[in-house]
Design a protein around this ligand. Structure first.
Ligand SMILES: [Zn+2]
Length: 245
């Protein structure tokens, strides 16, 4: 199986070693309709053994011996992982343990992987529009710095684009209340008479404000049939972004 995208974070100084990351799509797994086929979530109604097999095969993509998997609660809680398991109630998780892969799941929201290879600190996070106002990006970066991270790099994964993400007025009101005016302007766009939200742009802006260098796997989940999209399909699977020290 091939990843959707993969690469390495390289240390800024001679100490430290490169950190592997990978993003997956919906192709190459064992799940059947409507989770076909590389669904990585055990909480969407898919067969558990098939999902575990899918998770094992994607862990191998980054050379992880085991995985710690993010929950997705649209909050700002960040966990510290020391062994395989689920980061219950968390939208961010940090580790300093070599070989322990972190996996963020999403199907329109923005999955994020972050690393300071020199300090040996990595993280994974999940951010939708609620996560922008909850401050999950800042909370994840702060949790990394508490573990010794200094120079942090990040990559955002496949997510729904602004054109495909119309929202109701209530969402816009909450974003206006929860974000700075500059952040609100960067994420809210009126296309015709309809408000749309650009979550990826908001994540990027918040990463920049935390002095994190970033790039992105700039694919739209809604437009691309090789990706899971909750907005498009409703009952469906989750793709992921992984990272391992
Ligand atoms: Zn789109």
């Amino acid at each position: 199986m091939n990843p959707l995208a993969a690469g390495r974070f390289r240390p800024a100084s001679p100490c430290g070693r490169p950190v592997n990351w990978a993003a997956t799509g919906r192709l190459g797994g064992g799940s059947v309709v409507p989770f076909d086929s590389l669904n990585l979530s055990t909480t969407v109604g898919d067969d558990q053994n098939t999902v575990l097999a899918n998770q094992l095969s994607v862990a191998a993509l980054v050379g992880a011996s085991e995985l710690h998997i993010l929950d997705a609660k649209h909050g700002s809680q960040v966990g510290l992982a020391s062994h395989a398991g689920i980061a219950r109630g968390c939208d961010g998780v940090v580790t300093t343990v070599p070989g322990l892969g972190l996996l963020a799941l999403a199907a329109d929201c923005v999955p994020i992987v972050l690393a300071d290879p020199g300090a040996g600190v990595i993280a994974a996070a999940h951010c939708g529009w609620r996560g922008l106002t909850a401050g999950i990006v800042e909370a994840t970066v702060s949790a990394m710095r508490a573990q010794g991270a200094i120079t942090i790099q990040a990559i955002t994964g496949p997510a729904i684009c602004v054109h495909c993400y119309p929202v109701q007025q209530d969402c816009i009101d909450q974003l206006r209340d929860g974000l700075t005016p500059e952040q609100f302007l960067s994420v809210s766009h009126k296309i015709g008479s309809q408000w749309h939200v650009d979550v990826r742009s908001g994540v990027h802006r918040q990463l920049a404000q935390q002095d994190v260098q970033f790039s992105s796997v700039d694919r739209c989940t809604f437009e691309d049939s090789s990706l899971f999209s909750y907005r498009r399909d409703g009952r469906t699977g989750r793709q992921g972004m992984m990272i391992v020290l």
